[in-house]
Design a protein around this ligand. Sequence first.
Ligand code: FEO
Length: 168
Amino acid sequence: MLMQDALNGQLNAELYSSYLYLSMHAYFKSVNLDGFANWMYYQAQEELTHTMKFYDFINQRGGKVKLLPVEAPPNEWGSPLTVFAATLEHEQKVTVLINELVELALAEHDHATNIFLQWFVSEQVEEEESVGGVLEQLKLMGEAKGGLFMIDRELAKRSPGGESAEAE
Ligand code: FEO
């Protein structure tokens, strides 16, 4: 079934997102930017909740979950700026995937799946906004070390289920 395969594919993409952000968390820990690491830790956790939403929905609809191999993320990152540029690029790709799922649901007149996906449509707007906000600050800061530590302190405020104070 086309929709079931597509939902299983998205489950995999969300799990990859978690893996990707975990690799970014490990990078930030390795360079002692604990606030950035904190933000990525909760970002990785949030992607696991997205994964489980797809997992639960497939089961709830009487479908069959199919777990696919999860691709390895890059394990080397050059700077906080390149990490957040890659994060925004990744979230923009996820937005395209979600939009394609919505289009498939509409084409198949699958109203239940369409309603389920609407939460993700809104979520992607928030994701791109919060990631884009951090990226803009990193760009403005340039080479100034003081700015990096200021952003690090802000990102340290993110808690489970929440964004940093700035992104609220
Ligand atoms: Fe699950 Fe960040 O999209």
